[in-house]
Design a protein around this ligand. Sequence first.
Ligand SMILES: NC(=O)c1ccc[n+]([C@@H]2O[C@H](COP(=O)([O-])OP(=O)(O)OC[C@H]3O[C@@H](n4cnc5c(N)ncnc54)[C@H](OP(=O)(O)O)[C@@H]3O)[C@@H](O)[C@H]2O)c1
Length: 295
Amino acid sequence: MELSCFGSHLGWAVCVLALALLLRARRKGSWHPGMSPTDLTGKTAIVTGANCGIGKYVALDLARRNARTILACRSRERGQAAVEEIQRATGNPNVLLRIVDISSMASIRHFAKQIRQEEKRLDILVNNAGVTETMKGSAPARIVNISSFRHVQGMANMKHLTGEERPKNFDQSYTSTKLMNVLFTNELARRLQGTGVTANSLNPGIVKTEIMRHFNWLTRLIFSIVSIFLMSAEEGAASTIYCAVSEEVAGITGKYFDSNCRLVLPSAAARDLGLARKLWEASERVTGLAESGRM
Ligand SMILES: NC(=O)c1ccc[n+]([C@@H]2O[C@H](COP(=O)([O-])OP(=O)(O)OC[C@H]3O[C@@H](n4cnc5c(N)ncnc54)[C@H](OP(=O)(O)O)[C@@H]3O)[C@@H](O)[C@H]2O)c1
């Protein structure tokens, strides 16, 4: 391994550690789920990617508030294990598994159809694993899209969406997806104005989860060294739960929250209304929703 490469990774490790310590210090005294008395009896919530990490703790909190909680997972085995764990921990029998692989449009369509057939309402949708319906009839309802502080390094290249170009590496793909998450949320919020359905995005912070399995060995090593300073998955779920249930966020839409549950401005690119519209239109073309006329 070249020394310069190691040096740059060391520099990166110091930055991650400093950021994790800063975020952790600022989290002290900020909002936590126990501060909200919100009861979700009679409400239905979906959390994508809920079998581990942040998503599992979000689902656990919603189930604890008596929501009919749907864990949308790609693995039946891992999803079922999480359902059983959450049922045991909360005593809520209305925790169920539905299968979806959000990297496949066919799977998303099948999932959406199943939800429309089976569910009378949908009050909370947490797009934790990575994308929306049935909600206008359940207003007031909330859509929460999980982005990342790393969206600032992203670029919204529509050719990546259409498949005309491929991202150079996982990191470019990740940061661009996270930028697109914020842009998509803002345009969705604009289009949902007046319906009673809100859409917000957020950064959960630097959280100790299974996310590192997607990165190279050196990044994993760096994260395992600084991991004791990182937020736990339970702590990392707080900002998502805040956006999904807290009274303070009722009616707020098209906004971006930080890991301390504070309203902050995302990057300039993420606030570009023209770019958000272009991304929406490209997404409509890729998904075929433009022809169906359905949002
Ligand atoms: N951890 C952090 O420091 C951090 C920081 C900023 C933002 N975030 C964001 O927080 C969210 C949750 O991440 P995490 O840290 O909790 O990661 P994680 O522990 O890896 O959990 C990710 C979850 O998403 C599921 N998933 C991944 N690809 C999927 C697909 N194609 N279809 C269906 N489900 C899929 C995974 O299922 P499998 O178990 O089947 O893979 C897993 O349940 C992500 O949007 C991430 O970008 C995390």
